[in-house]
Write a protein that binds this ligand. Structure first.
Ligand code: ADP
Ligand code: ZN
Ligand code: ZN
Length: 672
């Protein structure tokens, strides 16, 4: 092989390009392979990059071409399937390859500092095998569970996507366990993605007790050392199972046999800043590259996944019944229009709460709004205390006593006088969890209340302590935000009250009704999980709303059918493909100028992708910056991909781009 080859290197830099180098003097080009780390001169520094291609051509003049200073690996760092996934993600999400590689490779490896760490650990004799060997048998599966397990396990070594739809408590986790048990018998490995780290400790113990295999956990809270070790142990097949949040999708495996994505509808699987990837979608892509089955599980599958079932791309597996003795809860809409509401609770609801408490059962009050009151208003002139950086009302808090912006976390003292007319008649409008707790404390003085939200669980151990008082029955009333909506088992909860269902009914984001439906079902899934039947009361000003009615009378699948029909008619995803070009700056006009210029470039390059805007984002300002967006929509996904691929390098060069922050979000899940 000739040694005048050009080596293309991806470097972790914000530029959308790779850099050309010549081979180092002491190395033959054939020693260098795609996927290896190399040390290269970059500007006046020396940095580590990854070889992404070896070619013959370069635009760099020969005298300017620099040589690689060192080759750090003897083999590519990432297994080839994973390397392909990384390249695919960079292309699909229009993100620089060097930055995507940085997500896939632990920091210590990127810095070339792994050796010292590994030597130190070697001395400590740390191993991944921390299991006790004790295996607890699971329950006998019911017919639907068995059917699900059989369907999946017969697809060994073949790409196939399953959507496991089972209401909360229907035994999905048991299905996962059985699948793993039969598939991991011969040294094979599994990847399990979960939305939140709060749920992983319990899951980890359950998996360990049942499978007796070495399991690694991946999440954003790991130290660099822990991340490196887990990464290497998974790559060397010493860990058989990796349970992790979205970034775990980039874990290397020696012998991956199956991927499971739990709560596949959950928003936290999508990274919302920087590299905006959806871990579920990447998981499906990875399963395809590795030619293995994948199971997406949820009580409330996403519209995207159910649309894929409709198109016969995914196979639906249903668990229609709750496992064991539990039965489905009973729903009832509470019309707020013709009755008094005190501190967020309708007067007709209070006696129902009292009755359930009298029976010795537990009651869960759900309100997705922390703090005491969401608005402070002047009774004389209607002035509202707004965050100066976001221009939205600040939330009042009692403990500590202050006003807080829930967008940017800015805090300030609660004013005693109106800023406009100096009146001292300032009133709290609306209710948050703090206020509901205070009110219920007065209404039911002998009942212990556990309030679970971000404020009441900030300190380490607080969440666990509060959950424990619910589990052991000391706390009979539970007030909480979406923190309580997921995962937890509260067997004695027989009544769930949803204080405000209206937020999701009318929103500038078309995703809102889907989110509302999922949240309502997840919360109500907390009721009647054991033998006791559950009751769910939903407070709303729109009891006639068709989607809300459909959801509670006909169930989630019919809701999805209607919601999909609406999306289809309105040319919305998943029928059309969206990408959102966002701009943020301290003045709105520079955002608009940048997006106008970008639109010109996009327009010149295509005629099939629809361009909508630029327009102010529905949330116009955040943290002192104005927000604008340009929406790209098309029926043809590859047109969109090609357009972005060709135009983003030009958009990046725009002089307006230097004055603002901009980003591209492919398949945006949040349009505000
Ligand atoms: P999900 O993951 O769908 O919420 P789980 O798998 O956690 O459901 O099951 C809910 C509860 O029901 C657990 O306590 C589990 O042990 C129990 N369970 C699951 N399947 C069965 C079964 N076939 N027979 C008896 N109990 C079961
Ligand atoms: Zn006033
Ligand atoms: Zn703010």
């Amino acid at each position: 092989m000739r040694d005048d080859k050009i080596i293309q290197v991806a470097i972790n830099s914000p530029l959308r390009r790779v850099f050309d180098y010549s081979a180092p003097k002491k190395h033959q080009t054939h020693d260098i392979q795609v996927g290896m780390r190399v040390q290269v001169p970059f500007g006046n520094k020396s940095v580590i990059g990854i070889v992404v291609a070896i070619t013959d051509k370069t635009d760099v003049p020969a005298q300017k071409l620099k040589a690689i200073s060192d080759v750090l690996d003897t083999a590519p760092l990432l297994p080839s399937h994973l390397y392909k996934l990384v390249c695919w993600s960079a292309k699909y999400y229009q993100y620089p390859l060097g930055d995507v590689l940085a997500q896939a490779i632990p920091a210590l490896l990127r810095q070339g500092k792994e050796k010292n760490t590994l030597d130190a650990l070697e001395k400590k004799k740390l191993t991944p095998h921390q299991t006790h060997g004790l295996i607890i048998p699971g329950p006998l599966l019911n017919a639907a569970q068995k059917n699900a397990v059989q369907n999946v396990t017969k697809q060994i070594s073949k790409f196939h996507v399953f959507l496991l739809h089972g209401v909360t408590g229907s035994g999905k986790t048991e299905v996962y366990l059985q699948i793993l048990k039969s598939m991991l018998a011969n040294g094979q490995q599994a990847l399990i993605l979960v939305p939140e780290i709060g749920l992983t400790p319990q899951l980890l113990t359950r998996f360990q007790e049942r499978l007796g295999l070495p399991i690694g956990v991946v999440h954003s809270g790991l130290t660099d050392k822990e991340r490196l070790l887990t990464w290497l142990w998974a790559k060397n097949n010493e860990l058989k199972i990796i349970i992790g949040t979205r970034s775990a999708i980039f874990t290397p495996f020696a012998n991956l046999a199956i991927i499971i994505v739990d709560e596949e509808h959950d928003l936290s699987l999508k990274q919302q800043d920087g590299f905006k990837y959806h871990a579920r979608d990447l998981a499906v892509r990875r399963a395809q590259l590795e030619n293995i089955p994948i199971v997406l599980g949820s009580a409330t599958p996403s519209l995207e996944s159910l649309h894929n079932v409709e198109r016969e791309r995914y196979q639906l597996l249903e668990l229609p019944e709750r496992a064991g003795e539990a039965v489905h809860p009973l729903f009832k809409l509470i019309d707020l229009r013709r009755q008094k509401i005190k501190n967020g609770i309708a007067t007709t609801v209070l006696p129902v709460i009292a009755e359930h408490l009298k029976q010795g059962n537990q009651v869960l009050i759900f309100l997705n709004r922390r703090g005491f009151a969401p608005v402070l208003m002047c009774h004389e002139c209607a002035w509202v205390l707004n965050c100066s950086r976001c221009e939205i009302p600040m939330t009042l808090h009692q403990k500590p006593y202050q006003a807080q912006c829930h967008h940017c976390e800015k805090t300030q003292a609660i004013p005693k006088k109106c800023a406009q007319c100096s009146s001292t008649q300032l009133i709290n409008i609306g209710a948050g969890t703090e206020r509901v707790e205070e009110f219920l404390n007065k209404e039911f003085p002998h009942i212990k209340i556990a309030r679970i939200d971000r404020d009441s669980t900030r300190r380490k151990g607080e969440l666990e302590a509060k959950l424990a008082t619910v589990q052991d029955g000391t706390a009979q009333l539970l007030v909480g935000t979406q923190m309580i909506a997921k995962g937890h088992h509260f067997p004695n909860v027989t009544l769930v009250v949803v204080l405000d269902a209206d937020g999701g009914l009318y929103s500038a984001d078309f995703h809102a009704s889907e989110r509302m439906a999922q949240l309502l079902l997840q919360v109500s899934g907390r009721a009647g999980r054991a033998e006791k039947p559950g009751e769910v009361l939903i407070q709303t000003h729109h009891p006639e709303h068709p989607l809300l009615n459909c959801l509670i009378t006909q169930g989630y699948m019919e809701f999805v059918r209607q919601a999909l029909a609406q999306r289809n008619k309105a040319n919305l995803p998943p029928y059309h493909y969206f990408a959102l070009l966002r701009a943020e700056a301290v003045t709105g006009s520079v955002c608009s100028e940048f997006l106008q210029a970008a639109k010109q470039i996009l327009k010149t390059a295509n005629n099939t992708v629809q361009l909508m805007g630029p327009a102010q984002a529905p949330v116009e300002k955040r943290q002192g910056r104005y927000r604008w967006q340009l929406l790209l929509a098309t029926k043809n996904r590859s047109h969109l991909q090609q357009l972005l691929h060709h135009t983003l390098p030009l958009i990046e060069q725009l002089k307006e781009a230097r004055k603002i922050r901009w980003s591209i979000d492919v398949d945006p899940l949040e349009m505000l």
